[in-house]
Write a protein that binds this ligand. Structure first.
Ligand SMILES: [Zn+2]
Length: 346
């Protein structure tokens, strides 16, 4: 807990995780980048395969792997369009992924950290909270000392509570919360598109080259060299794109389903009893979730009010601050304490 006057803002965000103070914490933080490095290397390999084996030979640029690598041929106009579209999709995918990894997901503001054991009454008056403990008290994090707004939860990896917490993302080494959720969804979307286009460009060439190559040694030839090495490289890249694109699509559809229900991934996992040692959270008893505004309303609250900006990794047009939420009509009508307000301090 932060010490000092209950009415003055604290000077720094408390660090709740002991791991951050241990000598090995630096090494652990470094190792947490390993999945991101593996993913980046895999994506770069798939991108290079499409570029070298399909796009460059098709536009008449000499391919480093030789003319045998010209697996796919297009007309010059369509090839130029595909070339530009493919790179645009990759550029947006990289931009969205970097935004997801680098943008703070949404830390609890300093004014919501507890300062004295008896300040529960103060936070009862200033914090909108539909979600409460079984005894009716506000949700308080014993690990980092923060009073939790609705949908906020503690991230073990960061040692802090995160606004609108979804889950920890292994591949970007960051928690997914209120501020980087849209960028995360776009990184999945553009990842699916980039790998889907890559598969479509590589597949015809692989099917053509496969009968002529020594299929048994195609992958081994990548290490040994030889005529089959190009086919092996194309096959491996095709497989990688199919796996990464398919997994991203499945995860994107799962999140789309959650948004349509007005639910966060963490809440869903809690209800299914999949969050550590915590007991399963009771499901919504009846009616809609107080955070469910219907399909269009939910997507507008996640991706912003301006549809033209939905496909760009920017939070412009995304309303709210992750602390106070507009609540749907059915909840507001049974909300005598006025929890349906919008806005407030912080
Ligand atoms: Zn916490």
């Amino acid at each position: 807990m932060i010490t000092g006057s209950p009415w003055q803002p604290a000077t720094s965000i408390p660090v709740g995780s002991k791991a951050r103070t241990e000598p090995a914490a630096g090494r652990r933080r470094l190792w947490r980048w390993a999945p991101a490095a593996v993913l980046t290397t895999s994506c770069a390999g798939c991108y290079m395969a499409v570029l070298l084996l399909a796009l460059l030979p098709a536009v008449g640029v000499a391919a480093p792997l030789g003319t045998d690598a010209a697996l796919v041929g297009f007309s010059s106009t369509s090839t130029s369009l595909i070339f530009m579209a493919y790179h645009l999709v990759w550029a947006l995918a990289v931009l969205a992924a970097l935004t997801t990894a680098r943008m703070p997901p949404g830390h609890i503001p300093l004014w919501l950290y507890s300062r004295e054991p008896g300040d529960q009454a103060y936070f009862h008056n200033v914090l909108q909270a539909v979600e409460k403990k079984l005894d009716g008290s506000l949700r308080f994090c014993r690990k980092c000392g923060a009073f939790k707004p609705d949908l906020a939860h503690h991230s073990r990896e960061l040692g802090l509570c995160i606004l609108c917490y979804q889950h920890w993302d292994l591949w970007s080494n960051n928690a997914i919360g209120f501020y980087n959720y849209k960028a995360y969804l776009l990184s999945l979307l553009y990842g699916v598109l980039a790998h889907g286009v890559g598969c479509a460009l590589l597949l015809p060439g692989v099917l053509r080259a496969w009968p002529q190559a020594d299929a048994s040694y195609a992958l081994l030839a990548m290490w040994m060299g030889g005529a089959s090495s190009v086919c092996g490289f194309a096959c491996l890249s095709l497989l990688g794109s199919a796996v990464m694109g398919g997994a991203s699509l499945a995860w994107l559809l799962f999140h789309t389903w959650l948004i349509a229900r007005g639910q966060t991934a963490h809440t869903f996992f809690r209800q299914c009893g999949l969050v550590g040692a915590k007991p399963p959270k009771p499901r919504q008893q009846a009616g809609r979730s107080p955070f469910d505004f219907g399909l269009r309303g939910n997507f507008a609250r996640t991706c912003g009010k301006q549809p033209l900006l939905w496909l760009l990794p920017t939070n412009q047009g995304v309303e709210g601050n992750g602390i106070f939420f507009e609540l749907n009509v059915s909840t507001r009508s049974s909300d005598p304490q006025g929890f349906g307000r919008y806005g407030g301090p912080g």
